[in-house]
Structure formats: C-alpha cells, structure tokens
Design a protein around this ligand. Structure first.
Ligand code: ASN
Ligand code: ZN
Length: 321
C-alpha cells in the first residue's frame, strides 16, 4: 500500500498545495510518517476456508465475540511492541495490514501464521480452549511473519528451533510490554490460559524453565530440553523445532532476568537486531549465539552488562563454552 494512503495529513497537504499538486517527494518531506496499525479480523465459522467473513476492521467498535476482540487487541499489542521497542512499522517493516481469522476449523487445537495471516482455532474444549486467549500466542504467530520478512530462518532443525524461539521471545515481550512488566517479574510462560481446568499445567512452554510447563495424564510431561545436553534428535516436528527451542528460549530468559529491566530494551533489542542482521537462514544455535554477541557489542558496547549476561546465558545452556 502507499505509505501515505492512511495518513490523516494527506488531504490537508494536498489541499494546501492544490494550485500545484504535491509530488510524492514533497508529500514525504512535508510530514514525518506516523505508522498506524491497520487490522482486519475475519471469522471462518468453524470451517477451514480462509480468510472467512470480515467481522471487524480497524477502528470498528468491539463485537460481541470475545475471540474477535482478543485477536484485534492482540494484533494491536504486537504492533505496539514492534513500533515502540524496535521502531518497526508492522510485520514487514512497511506497514503491512494485519489480518487474522478466528473460529478456524472444528475443535481446532492450534494457531498458526500461514505466510499472510494469523489463524486461530477454538480448541477442543477438553484440553484447549480458544487460542486467542493468550497474548503470547498471538505475538508468537505474528513474529513468524517478522522472521519470514527478515532472517527467513528455515523451519527445520536448529534454524527451525531458532525460528520457533524467536516467536516465543516476541510472544513473551508483547505480554511484558503490554503490562509494563520488568524481566524479573515476568512469568516467561508461553500460552498461559489456553488449557482447560481439566489439564495439569500452566502453559504450553516455559522459557525460563523449559520442561516444566505441564505434567498431565493426557498430554504427558512437557518435553522441552533446557540445555544442549538434552538436545532432542528427532525427525518429528521438523526436527523438534518446538522442542529444542527450549534451549535458546532459556538463554534469552536467563540473560533478561539477570539484567532485570524491561526485556524489550536490553536482550530483546539484541535479539531483534540479530534477526534483522546478517544471519544465515540456516543458522545453527552456535552461529545465532555468535550473532547475538556481535549485535550486543554494536548496540551496548564491549564492556556492557548486556554482552556479559548474554555470554553467560549461552554458556549456561551449553551452546558456547
Ligand atoms: N502454533 C504452531 C506454531 O506457530 C503451529 C505450527 O507449528 N505451525 O509454531
Ligand atoms: Zn511457532
């Protein structure tokens, strides 16, 4: 879309120069662009047909459907984190309108980014409730879009686990940012509030203590490893992308808690710099770790607390010695 299409100033500026129509260059120079969020929520009506029926557009009042409103608010909170913390204008950095579909499928136990939009199931009602109930899950799915437009981490093996982990990082940061919560006060849980009361568990994953999020008769025990000694070699799940993500997740959370301030300003900024920086799409954990250290030096300096906390964290999880 045009950078100026949604600017409230556009008509004024066009009118002010009506005698000589403004060129795009003049319009760009006339006023700084203020990125604004542009959300569209659709309802799949419990089918798997996308996008579904449009039910809420930007600046529309809340509807009577909690899933619609949670998706709308969650997209807004994610847009706000990206802009306030990282100066990023939406998922693509160029004001991409944010689109989500709710009530996808029948008893559908997941949420996903399909390359263009976020999609949320209602859950089966036995293990899972609706997937819009967790802000960290909304942030997680949108962050897959950010990764797609930046590092493009291949969704397989270690680069896939890094892709998953970066989505968890952004999911956690969206929650903390929206609550104004410091790293040492945060839960570091991903997907809190998704389980029904029948499940013995707190969330889908714990970034600070991977492997402890749930222990349930039906689901079993949270299988995430917390360090390289527990790395899981498997062909399932694209090479265990949702399992081994526990390792970089814990490195992030440990460093953030050690530093103790707003995680999006310290370690979060370094991880974001890393994902937009010169990183191979097939980066290994060790390559990603080295890239975070390089980014921390540039952002905070060679003698910074951020650099040493990140070094220590990668060593604790066994990625660097
Ligand atoms: N919720 C999962 C995820 O975003 C869905 C998937 O595996 N694609 O990682
Ligand atoms: Zn994911």
């Amino acid at each position: 879309r045009s950078l100026l299409a949604d600017s409230p100033l556009r008509d004024e500026r066009v009118r002010a120069t009506a005698s000589s129509p403004a060129t795009p260059q003049e319009l760009l120079a006339a006023a700084p662009l203020v990125p604004v969020v542009d959300r569209t929520i659709a309802d799949a009506g419990n089918t798997e047909t996308l996008p579904g029926r449009l039910v809420r557009r930007e600046s529309d009042a809340p509807t009577g459907d909690v899933a619609v409103n949670e998706a709308y608010d969650g997209l807004g909170a994610t847009f706000a984190l990206l802009l306030d913390a990282f100066g990023r204008d939406s998922v693509d950095g160029k004001g991409l309108p944010l689109e989500a579909t709710v009530h996808y499928g029948d008893d559908y136990d997941n949420a996903f980014w399909d390359g263009e939009r976020m999609v949320f199931g209602d859950g089966d009602g036995e293990v899972f409730g609706r997937f819009t109930a967790s802000l960290s899950v909304i942030g997680h799915e949108l962050a897959h879009g950010v990764t797609q437009y930046t590092a493009g981490l291949a969704y397989e093996g270690q680069s896939g686990a890094l892709n998953e982990s970066f989505s968890d990082v952004i999911g956690a940061l969206v929650e903390q940012h929206s609550l104004g919560q410091r790293a040492d006060a945060a839960s570091w849980l991903i997907g809190e509030g998704l389980f029904t009361d029948a499940v013995e568990g707190r969330a889908l994953r714990s970034m600070i203590e991977p492997g402890t999020a749930y222990d349930d008769d039906v689901l079993g025990k949270d299988p995430q490893p917390a360090d390289m000694a527990g790395y899981i070699d498997t062909a399932d799940d694209n090479g265990g992308v949702h399992l081994n993500s526990g390792i970089p997740n814990r490195a992030f959370a440990l460093a953030a808690v050690e530093l103790g301030g707003n995680a999006w300003e310290g370690v979060g900024r370094v991880w974001y710099d890393t994902i937009i920086g010169p990183l191979s799409p097939t980066a290994t954990f060790a390559e990603f770790a080295d890239a975070t250290l390089a980014a921390a030096r540039v952002r905070f300096g060679d003698d910074s607390a951020e650099l040493s906390a990140i070094e220590r964290a990668w060593s604790t999880v066994g990625v660097r010695s």
